[in-house]
Design a binder for this molecule. Structure first.
Ligand SMILES: Nc1ncnc2c1ncn2[C@@H]1O[C@H](COP(=O)(O)OP(=O)(O)OP(=O)(O)O)[C@@H](O)[C@H]1O
Length: 722
């Protein structure tokens, strides 16, 4: 408890007067020292007491705020401690209280109490949970049957740059509650007129990120749900807007150590696809373009400027290469390649300033079974990730250089963007999309059926206050843009349940995916088919199955006109260097296989031919031998007959031989008689020497068999049997 130091000292003196006297003589400051010591002790005690009191008060207030969440709606805000990297020079204003009206700061007061706002250290995940996809906005449109949503707008403050710190600039941005943004225009100390007229402004967004927010936090709060929606067949776009050097490219692309939204979205997309489809039914196509000085250029395949055209799918860049990507790594390579082709130049505000607007578009195409109709439907989701070039102030001293021309074009397109935002907010019928290439390309994201997220990047430095204020103003305006709720893009494919139909579908899908390869191989295959057919007709054999297959392939490769949807349109123009190479390899392999099959066929036919010729030769040889034998026998019989007629003795064994020969010979029928059969004349019967009656057989000379008969298939067998 507080004790009077004066009384303490006097009691001491009374108790020991001589000692006190002695001490005073020795050291005249002794009393003062003692007094100081006691005072310090007292001060420490008081400090401890007030600290414990403050703690208990805070705990009580927190309990109250949980019980009554509306208690946070207070008109007096105390700004939280500035971020570690922010400038500490403005300590005097650090505890300024902003008296807030409905949405804007209307004045200032100085604090007497300790802050009651939510701790700035609350996890960003809580914000992410709070921010779901835009709920449909009730209003006129809903009455008309149209469901509308709005653009989600986030603000991200980058840390102070070294240059800004060196120039001793102050921090003019405060983020509160991961949602509110306070801008304080700090007057120059020497500007005495404005010193007392320091203005402050308050804005509330769907989410705000301080300079300490990580890339992952930004991604998970802004884009994660869009990726999910794309995998359900919806369109989504994210674009970064802000002044030059405000951190747009850092947010979108990031660095190797801290990858940005584009990289994280691609990685997430592929990991989600992997989880969903084991059969690889998802097809991902990728395109990357830039708008530089009002010309559209392909970043993945640089060449001539592209022309924008409007068709059923919206605005498309004619001739833009659509690469098919099968993994996140493949996309990273393409992204890197595209960024190398992107126009960047050092400017006053940024060492690596992007001088163009870059749009990375990822199209995911897949087939799913509709839960309601059980039909298989084709769905397409499109994600556009846009890194805009930064607006910049043109100084009067600026020369008409390329940089200033670029700057003017950037500003013009951003101005066109703001006019579109204005027209959309005001609900005008005509939206001036055609004023610039950028707005034409953003038409889908701003006024179409799309889930759109805008990230406004700002610098905390008071040196960039004007740009920051401008960015935040447009971001605030963009919040009011109403969009149609993104529906799933799907084509109905009435496919039935049978396995055969499913197999047909798989086959059709494969055909669609390999259309370009088939086109490459088609011409050569046609030639080979013709060759094979001519060979087959020469050899007069029925066409081999391989030939039949060849002849049907080019027709089956023709895309079905009936099923030509957006998907097939994409498949027709998509290829990656990898797939292109694979396609050529496949075509070569197919050709080699075909040539091999043809060679084997020719070889087989040759062998057949040789075998047949050999068989014919054998047959002829055999026949001629038989004929000779027959002729010999006939001559013998003739001789014997003559001998018998002359009354000379006949050699019996010969008769026996003849008899046996006759018995062995098959009874020739009229029809089946062949040229080698013994010709039976209707000659009168002759009585043999043993008294038996027999017909006299006159064996005619054997004639050569006709060639056509020799070629008869059963000829050799019949002959052998006989
Ligand atoms: N959140 C951040 N954390 C750390 N560094 C950042 C952050 N944001 C931006 N930077 C740094 O600030 C500098 C400028 O950023 P960046 O190039 O992304 O600006 P920009 O808005 O894209 O500019 P421009 O429009 O001229 O291309 C870079 O060096 C970048 O690394």
């Amino acid at each position: 408890m507080p004790v009077s130091t004066r009384s303490k000292i006097s009691t001491e003196n009374e108790r020991n007067p001589t000692m006190q006297e002695q001490q005073r003589l020795r050291n005249p400051h002794h009393g003062l020292k003692e007094k100081l010591k006691t005072l310090t002790l007292l001060y420490e005690q008081q400090k401890q007491a007030s600290k414990s009191l403050r703690n208990s008060n805070t705990a009580m207030r927190e309990r109250n705020s949980i019980a009554n969440p509306n208690s946070t709606i207070t008109k007096t805000f105390v700004l939280p401690q500035p971020p570690s990297s922010s400038n500490n020079d403005d300590d005097a204003k650090e505890n300024q209280n902003l008296i807030v009206g409905q949405d804007r700061i209307v004045g200032f007061s100085y604090p007497r109490k300790v802050s009651t706002t939510t701790s700035a250290a609350a996890p960003v995940a809580a914000v992410a949970r709070r921010l779901s996809m835009p709920a449909p906005v009730k209003g006129k449109e809903e009455e008309l049957g149209k469901c509308v949503s709005r653009i989600l707008v986030f603000v991200r403050v980058r840390p102070m740059s070294k240059k800004e710190i060196q120039l001793s600039s102050r921090c003019c941005v405060r983020i509160v509650n991961h949602r509110d943004v306070y801008l304080t225009e700090s007057a120059n100390e020497k500007d005495y007129l404005r010193l007392n007229r320091v203005k402050g402004r308050h804005f509330a967004f769907d989410g705000s990120f301080s300079d300490s927010a990580t890339q992952l936090q930004v991604y998970s709060t802004t884009t994660l749900e869009l990726v999910e929606a794309v995998l359900q067949g919806r369109n989504g776009s994210v674009f970064c807007y802000g002044a030059t050097g405000a951190g747009k490219t850092y947010t979108m692309l990031g660095t190797v150590e801290n990858p940005g939204v584009m990289v994280l979205a691609i990685q997430d997309l592929f990991s989600k696809i992997r989880q969903r489809s084991c059969d690889g039914s998802h097809v991902v196509h990728l395109s990357y373009l830039e708008v530089y000085n009002e010309t559209v250029r392909d970043l993945l395949c640089p060449g001539r400027p592209l022309v924008l055209r409007e068709d059923k799918q919206g605005i498309v860049a004619a001739g833009l290469t659509q690469y098919r990507a099968s993994s996140a790594d493949e996309v990273m390579v393409l992204l890197q390649q595209g960024n190398q082709n992107r126009t960047t130049e050092p400017t006053r505000a940024n060492e690596t300033s992007s001088r163009s607007h870059a749009i990375l578009q990822v199209v995911v195409e897949f087939r799913v079974r509709d839960a309601a109709t059980t039909d298989i439907v084709n769905r397409v989701g499109k994600l556009s990730l846009i890194d805009l070039a930064g607006s910049e102030r043109a100084l009067a001293t600026d020369q008409r250089t390329l940089r200033s021309l670029e700057g003017a074009n950037i500003n013009r397109s951003l101005l066109a963007l703001s006019s579109c935002i204005n027209a959309l907010v005001e609900g005008k019928k005509h939206i001036p999309y055609r004023n610039s290439k950028l707005t034409q390309l953003l038409k889908d994201s701003l006024g179409g059926i799309c889930n759109t997220v805008m990230i406004a990047n700002i610098s905390p430095s008071s040196l960039s206050f004007g740009e920051t204020q401008n960015t935040v103003h447009w971001a605030d305006r963009a919040k009011e843009i109403r969009l149609k709720v993104s529906e799933t893009n799907e084509d109905q494919l009435p496919i039935h349940e049978t396995d055969a139909d499913q197999a047909k579908l798989i086959h059709e899908l494969q055909k669609e995916n390999h259309e370009i390869r088939m086109q490459l191989a088609g011409q050569q295959q046609k030639l080979l088919t013709l060759e094979a057919q001519s060979l087959a007709s020469h050899s007069s054999t029925p066409p081999a199955p391989s030939d039949a297959k060849l002849s049907t392939t080019p027709t089956s490769a023709q895309p079905s006109e009936k099923r030509r949807t957006r998907s097939s349109f994409l498949a027709g123009t998509c290829f990656t260097p990898e797939t292109k190479k694979k396609g050529v390899e496949l075509a070569v392999r197919t050709l080699q296989r075909t040539v091999k099959a043809l060679e084997a066929e020719i070889e087989r036919m040759k062998k057949d031919h040789v075998l047949k010729l050999k068989q014919k030769d054998d047959l002829i040889r055999e026949l001629s031998q038989k004929c000779e034998k027959q002729a010999l026998t006939t001559r013998e019989v003739g001789k014997r007959e003559v001998t018998r007629a002359a009354g000379l003795p006949v050699n019996e064994p010969n008769n026996v031989e003849l008899k046996s020969h006759r018995l062995r010979s098959p009874a020739p029928t009229a029809k089946k008689r062949s040229f080698w059969d013994i010709t039976t004349n209707n000659s009168p019967s002759v009585t043999t020497s043993n008294g038996r009656k027999t017909r006299s057989h006159v064996l005619s000379e054997p004639t050569a068999p006709p060639r056509s008969m020799l070629l008869q298939p059963g000829f050799a067998r019949q002959k052998a049997n006989s």
